[in-house]
Design a protein around this ligand. Sequence first.
Ligand code: TZP
Ligand code: MG
Length: 210
Amino acid sequence: MNILRKHMQVYFVMGSNNCDRNPEVVLKEALEAGVTCFQYREKGEGAKLGIEKLELGARLKELCNEYEVPFIVNDDVELAIQLDADGVHIGQEDGNITSIREKIGNEKIVGVSTHNVEEALRAVELGADYIGVGPMYFTSTKKDIEEVKGPSVITAIREAGVTLPIVGIGGINISNAKEVMEAGADGVAVISAISKAENVEETVIKLQRG
Ligand code: TZP
Ligand code: MG
């Protein structure tokens, strides 16, 4: 199996404002429980900026390194480069995939958020390494979400010939992860299901089973 595909299985996305506890403790528990990828997404209300954002990123990256789990930075390609992250994840409004790829280099992972077949095909064409597809379900974690698409959009993207690793995102939890996988995803990307979990270990294990 493609290594990246394997890393998509349980993809934890998080920034300090998604946690009610110390984010380093939350990430450590998630890594210990077996998350397969991590995205540092320090944005929105109360998010750290500047040196604090950089320093927290450096500490979270260190933890990911210990567990040999890829560390991806959301949006900010300059920060990804500064931290020597394994990759960057960008949205449709975060600039051009080609120039981001040029900046970060061919050996790094570039992930792209997509919402429909057209955006998915375009991301493939421009050289994305994986795509995120969502929102699968309603979520209150991200305020500016697009219309809820449901897992069927992943099936449509597969039917359009996309073989790239795909993660579903948005409102995914232990009760609906299976539907997302059955629709054709390689894994699930979650914020609150893990960052706010009462029992991180149990949650990660259940998400992994699908
Ligand atoms: N992109 C689409 S929905 C979403 C992002 C970053 C938020 C997902 O958060 P949660 O808590 O897993 O629903
Ligand atoms: Mg973005």
